[in-house]
Design a protein around this ligand. Sequence first.
Ligand code: SF4
Length: 372
Amino acid sequence: MSGLYLHIPFCRKRCTYCDFHFSTTFENYRARLVQAIATELALRANELNLPIRTIYFGGGTPSILSFAELESIFAAIHKNYHLAPSCEISFEVNPEDINETNLNFWKTLGINRLSIGLQTFSDDDLHWMNRAHQVNDGLAGIRLAQGCGFKNISVDLIYGLPGQSLAAWATSLNEVFKLGVQHLSAYCLTIEPKTALNHLVRQKKLQPADEILQSEQFLLLVQQAKAHGFEQYEISNFGLTGFQSKHNSAYWKFQPYIGVGPSAHSFDGSSRRWNVRNNTQYMNQVGKNDKWFETEQLSPNERRNEQILLGLRTIWGLDLHSLEADWNQKESAQIEEFARLNWLTISNNHMVLTEKGKLHADGIAAALFRVD
Ligand code: SF4
């Protein structure tokens, strides 16, 4: 399994909650940045010796790219990489970019999976989030994409929003499962430092959601997804049978991938690498083939900790055979305690979190981490 991630660091607006890497003032250098991505694709052509099984365009906002920009990126992909015949090509789309012309063009490029950032069914929420679309844009966009023949569509939602009641979240879930999409990613809002949302909360202009309510919203999400035939294959990801994201599943299964573009991360099975999180530096350094990334070799403990963190988030669980060393006495006692609380089960050498346990996933993983 080999995956290719492309980070497109352009956005129209700065969403209040977002701490990803992107710029809203990119018009005068967008061509140079796209060229740098094509160059990086060429420079790294020999890193993965297996056919590419998945490609994921994330960001930022990939759907901002013009036809010519996308063509040049796809030309660089096809020139330098061998794509498996059934390659999953996912493309993150903002609702305001959806129209028939774009959809048909994206299809001709081989894009076969759309991830549409709906985020919420409330225009008031979209307003304080500073999103560039309204609810109806998202709904119309999904219908249009379906009409254009996209048969693998994922929708992104955020819950745990300031002022969002359990009833309002129930209504959103009711609406999303009527859309006829195949996949849902639903994330609980986190208030990241250095975001406008953090500022709004500190100024008491927005009241963060209560954690107990967020847990209730999560449990409702899990229940509703199950009732509609969506399998929760990762804590925040739900798919109909056969529609799990192959790309993201490979991350969670600790498989290698390369990430191209500013701030993109890569993993080769033993080391992690991350590109510079600055568009100008990225363009300059890639252009000169002058190291535009940093690399870190994972120690046995770091490797083990990552396996625990990722594995426990999934339906497949943590493969105990693959861990570097057995549990020590303290860890075994901790695991017994988690099992007693009905937070996890172990069978066929896999440790899997229960629904109750998923509410504490990060804490359970952290309790089993080893420090160098
Ligand atoms: S469009 Fe996406 S990447 Fe861009 S600011 Fe909004 S949430 Fe962040």
